[in-house]
Design a protein around this ligand. Structure first.
Ligand SMILES: Cc1ncc(COP(=O)(O)O)c(C=O)c1O
Length: 393
């Protein structure tokens, strides 16, 4: 099976659609979706048998499979719905005190800012935002921009492994080493890194790692995990309170507060091993190479056609399978909460799904390449932008 070919016939993407946005929502491959559906059917047909006797051991083996893929042990992981849930759990666990600071940076995800602003406000603490240099040319610059904002009041450093608006791979190993020197715990926001980047959680040395698995791993929508280092496992808090113990009567573990958060369908978690197998059957390094090469091709063409430059040097150090480029733009719409009209036109007129992102007052487009992406998708994107950019300057 190793090294088999994959293309869009492995997905359910409708004909005529160029899906260039794994960065927001990854479409689920057919084989992964089948496993999810099979579990949902089992639950629907005999819920008592499924919940009390089947799901717990199956979840444990799914967690073990995931743990092996990301370099840790299942005893450090809990399945959660998504990165947002995981980050909320971290915010509930790290009990901020008045005057404390939580350090983020200007590339972090908007909802993550909201989570920490809410936690800080409730505690009389504050969110500090480090501004990373522009352009970025060396990982050491990232580390020092963060280090400069650490103070004796810094209670936690929250940093993306791969950033959302700017699609940049941040040097998380070096960041963790720096933060450890200052005794500042680190929470990594990692949904883009799973599958896209090598990850060994045991050697990384972070305190928490939050991820959704639907993006690059192509696991079902609604699957994610929270990694908690040993030091925090006894004090971890789940934002939803339920029984907090195993339904099947197994001895307690710290993950119990996450395992049962009321009656729900855990099929998405149970299909995570199928997603890992899907990528591994193609070859994980081969996936990274192929998607990165296609991305480079796209970036070269976007720059040649529209002068749209990448935000970082185009290399494996800074970019995986996704990149953000700056587009020529006039002013942002007066209604910033609306989807940019260029993004809407690309979807409506040309069936191209790609996000147009406003970041630091500039308009950008973020290109994601996966195994179903082809040169034809890039051709269609370039042709559509040629037509639409003059209409949406
Ligand atoms: C960096 C980052 N963090 C967190 C999230 C939240 O992920 P989810 O909506 O799956 O919880 C996203 C989603 O795009 C993201 O890009």
């Amino acid at each position: 099976m190793a090294g088999r070919l994959m293309d869009r016939s492995d997905w359910m993407i409708p004909d005529g659609v160029s899906y260039l946005n794994h960065g927001s929502f990854g479409p689920t491959p057919k084989v992964v979706h089948q496993v999810r559906e099979e579990w949902s059917r089992r639950l629907a047909s005999q819920p008592m048998r499924a919940y009390l006797r089947e799901v717990e051991p199956a979840l444990q083996s799914a967690l073990e499979r995931l743990a092996g893929f990301i370099g840790t042990s299942a005893s450090n992981l809990a399945f959660v719905d998504n990165a947002t849930f995981a980050m909320n759990a971290v915010a509930a666990t790290v009990r901020l005190q008045p005057g404390d600071e939580v350090l983020l940076n200007d590339h972090e995800y908007g909802a993550v800012f909201r989570i920490w602003r809410a936690a800080a406000e409730a505690a009389g603490a504050s969110v500090v935002t480090a501004v990373l240099p522009r352009p970025l040319t060396s990982p050491a610059e990232v580390v020092s921009a963060l280090e400069e904002r650490i103070t004796p009041r810094t209670r936690l450093l929250v940093v993306s492994h791969v950033t959302s608006p700017t699609a940049i791979v941040l040097p998380v190993d070096e960041i963790c080493r720096m933060a450890n020197r200052h005794n500042v715990p680190v929470c990594i926001d990692g949904p883009h890194a799973i599958g896209m980047r090598p990850l060994n959680l045991d050697s990384l040395g972070c305190d928490f790692y939050c991820a959704s698995l639907h993006k690059w791993l192509s696991a079902p929508l609604g699957s994610g995990f929270l990694y908690v280092s040993r030091d925090w496992q006894n004090s971890v808090v789940c934002p939803i309170v339920s029984w907090g113990r195993s339904l099947a009567g197994r001895p307690p573990v710290w993950q119990d507060v996450f395992r049962w958060i009321g009656t729900r369908d855990p099929a998405a978690f149970l299909a995570v091993p199928a997603a890992i197998e899907f990528l591994e059957s193609f070859g994980i390094e081969r996936f990274r190479d192929q998607t990165h090469e296609l991305l480079r091709d796209g970036l070269t063409r976007l720059e040649a056609e529209f002068g749209a430059k990448a935000l970082v040097p185009v290399s494996r150090e800074w970019l995986g399978s996704m990149a953000t480029v700056t587009l020529p733009s006039s002013n942002r719409s007066a209604k910033p909460y609306l989807t940019d009209p260029l993004q809407t036109a690309l979807a409506d007129d040309d069936s191209i799904e790609i996000p147009v992102v406003w970041w630091h007052e500039d308009r950008h487009i973020r290109l994601s390449c996966h195994l179903h992406t082809t040169v034809d998708d890039l051709d269609r994107l370039i042709a559509a932008l040629r037509e639409l950019l003059p209409k949406f300057p």
